[in-house]
Ligand binder design. Structure first.
Ligand code: ATP
Ligand code: MG
Length: 648
């Protein structure tokens, strides 16, 4: 971004106050919110008491060597015990922890008592394979209960896991195994995706042939498809785990014991191995899951549609919900298998009350049409959440109206792999929601927007989103690379964590995320956010999805190039560009009008569903694409390139 701050173009006047019945019974009320924000450290010390510690921490934060934080450092706990055993000990062993729904329609229910037995057996199996506290274990799995069990078993024995998304190539897996120096890999023969078995074991075989430090590969039989077998190295889960004792005494680890390494999505470049530790992380994921989703563990059925290969799956499928004793749905497959109503069928079947998903999925459902969710009973839903990208106001309003019967609060949660847990979000019983805005830092969190010189911007202006105080679930470093940790996050602004995202404060001081600062466009001396122009395009009835980039332009510095996916029946014609340019001009002003508009069939997205604008910018500027390893489908780029007349 240049020294000029981000232009503040979008005007969104719609407001959705908390429904009275939600506000009246909310976990966090307006009054408790005010108390919580008064003393940050006292607040987090209090939240740490949600957990069961074998040594209660006396110290809250050690910030004597910034930016290397220690939270609750003199405390000791076992993360898996907190997520499983303590609920059984509290008499909740019969409560359902996981309703598993396989893509082919097979189901499995795991109570907390059953989960405890499975985790204990798996922990004993890891120990029998020589896995010790501190050893790294890579997990490359479909979305099945054994994946959750494997993660918790690692946590139980103190072996940090590195979960690699099951859609990644052998190459991506090998680099991650190598970077974390994992000694054991847990995988499956395959999983079900789009109606067919999707093999995983071949990628592991290929990756492990290049990573000689891997001693064992533990393989869950999920699909029954044929697999190659390396005697002595490969072991079936059912032969290795099932026969183990279901008794296992959890050992307490220091709060700062590493819990996992997770690589970022790679939207802006090469993925970074983010290190998270135990006590602070679990405190914040448990608190935020309780507060943001207003979780009532006795009655709610919670469903997060993310893959466990992403941080959302770690914090809001595994650690947060289970630490809180929630009942949750785990779904293996894609939203359109065998039909485009599959998600809504699942909501109806299990009576899901809280749904947490991503803008990309919401926009896809919008594109498929309102009649699909209308065929199902969604009346159980009471809270809807969004994460992963800025949610366009139109998509937000559609989500609330079509999925939430115009009644449910929608919480737009901003956070990152690095933050470990939600940082900025409305609270369903407190905040009058504004479609498209994540709005307010949660209690205990200090976030603001600053200009180039690190001064806080006044309300009504844009700049850089920063976190000005350490938080319990913050990353501790980039695995094996403290210098990169310092350079990436702590060098841009002194004593402040720089998130890499642009943001603005509106007239009320609420925060709006405006996309990556790397993506901000500079047009005739004005900084313009990708998010605002995309949201203006998505608010046009013909547009389902949009991605905009600034491409080098001889007259204006950069010119806005828009890539749009049209809604079902809309056709691309000569008038389209003019119509959309005029629409954006109307919404945001003439400066934000795209110079070119291209209708495309698909947009390049990471496997976690985020639009990769850097690739589109390179296409628009006729440059080499760069790192595409985290792209879902590389053929998408060929189609887009073919479409673009090489003009510039
Ligand atoms: P990399 O850091 O490797 O480029 P990534 O940033 O895409 O990958 P993640 O940690 O999965 O990896 O994504 C975090 C980013 O997602 C945030 O920095 C932000 O840009 C975006 N994001 C997440 N939630 C929201 C939200 N509610 N509103 C706006 N942006 C969001
Ligand atoms: Mg990032």
């Amino acid at each position: 971004m240049s020294s000029e701050s981000l232009a503040n173009l979008l005007k969104e006047e719609r407001r959705f106050p908390p429904p009275a019945e939600v506000a009246a019974a909310a976990n966090v009320t307006a009054e408790s919110y005010a108390r919580a924000t008064a003393d940050r450290l006292a607040f987090w010390a209090e939240q740490a008491r949600r957990l069961t510690w074998s040594t209660t921490p006396q110290e809250t934060l050690d910030w004597s060597n910034p930016p290397f934080a220690k939270w609750f450092a003199d405390g000791e706990l076992n993360v898996a015990y907190n997520c499983v055993d303590r609920h059984v000990e509290a008499g909740l062993g019969d409560r359902v922890a996981i309703h598993f729904e396989g893509e082919p329609g097979d189901t499995r229910t795991l109570t907390y008592a059953e989960l405890q037995q499975e985790v204990c057996k798996a922990a004993n199996a890891l120990t029998s394979l020589g896995v010790e506290a501190g050893d790294r274990v890579a997990i490359y799995m479909p979305m099945i209960p054994e994946t959750v069990v494997a993660m918790l078993a690692c946590a139980r024995v103190g072996a940090p896991h590195s979960v690699v998304f099951g859609g990644f190539s052998a190459d991506a897996l090998a680099t991650r195994i190598e970077d974390a120096d994992a000694r054991v890999v847990i995988t499956a023969d395959g999983g079900y995706r789009r109606g067919k078995p999707n093999a995983l074991k071949p990628a592991v075989d290929e990756a492990v042939s290049r990573t000689p430090n891997v001693r064992n590969v533990l393989v869950v039989r999920r699909t029954g498809q044929p697999v190659d077998w390396t005697e002595g190295r490969d072991l079936w889960w059912h032969e290795t785990v099932d026969g183990q004792s279901a008794e296992h005494t959890p050992r307490a680890f220091p709060a700062e014991h590493p819990l996992f390494i997770l690589y970022t999505s790679g939207t802006t470049g090469k993925p970074k191995g983010i290190l998270h530790t135990s006590g602070g992380y679990l405190t914040q994921v448990a608190y935020t899951h309780h507060a943001v989703f207003d979780l009532k563990p006795e009655t709610d059925v919670y469903w997060c549609t993310a893959d466990v290969g992403w941080v959302t799956g770690h914090s809001y499928i595994v650690y947060g919900p289970l630490a809180n004793g929630a009942t949750e749905v785990l779904y293996e497959g894609t939203p359109d298998t065998p039909h485009q109503g599959r998600w809504w069928e699942i909501v109806q079947k299990y009576g899901v009350t809280i749904l947490y998903t991503a803008p990309t999925a919401i926009r896809t459902c919008m594109k498929w049409g309102d009649d699909i969710p209308a065929r199902f009973d969604l009346s159980s839903l009471r809270i809807l959440g969004s994460v992963g990208e800025p949610i366009n106001p139109e998509a937000w309003v559609w989500y609330r109206r079509t999925i939430g019967a115009d009644r449910t609060p929608v919480v737009d949660t901003w956070w990152q792999t690095e933050t470990g847990a939600i940082m900025i979000s409305p609270l369903p019983g407190v905040t009058a929601a504004k479609p498209g805005s994540a709005q307010v830092p949660l209690p205990g969190i200090a976030a603001t927007v600053v200009d180039e010189e690190a001064n806080e911007v006044p309300n009504g202006s844009g700049g850089y989103l920063v976190l000005s105080e350490p938080w319990p679930s913050m990353l501790r470093t980039i695995w094996g690379d403290d210098q990169r940790y310092l350079d990436t996050y702590w060098s841009r602004f002194e004593n402040r964590y720089f998130a890499g995202d642009g943001a603005k404060k509106d007239e009320d001081g609420d925060i709006w995320l405006l996309g990556r600062v790397d993506d901000v466009m500079l047009v005739s001396g004005h900084n313009i956010s990708t998010t605002e122009v995309e949201s203006a395009l998505v608010s046009h009835p013909k547009v389902a999805e949009a991605a905009v980039v600034g491409a080098a332009d001889p007259t204006t510095g950069q010119a806005i190039v828009a890539f749009v996916i049209l809604r079902g029946s809309a056709a691309e014609d000569d008038g389209l560009t003019e119509e959309l340019r005029a629409h954006v001009g109307q919404a945001l002003g003439p400066i934000a009008k795209p110079k070119r508009v291209l209708a495309v069939a698909e947009l390049p997205k990471t496997r976690s569903g985020k639009i990769m604008r850097r690739l589109l910018r390179n296409v628009a500027e006729n440059k080499e694409l760069g790192d595409v390893t985290t792209l879902t489908d590389t053929t998408v780029m060929d189609l887009i390139q073919a479409k673009l007349p090489h003009a510039s």
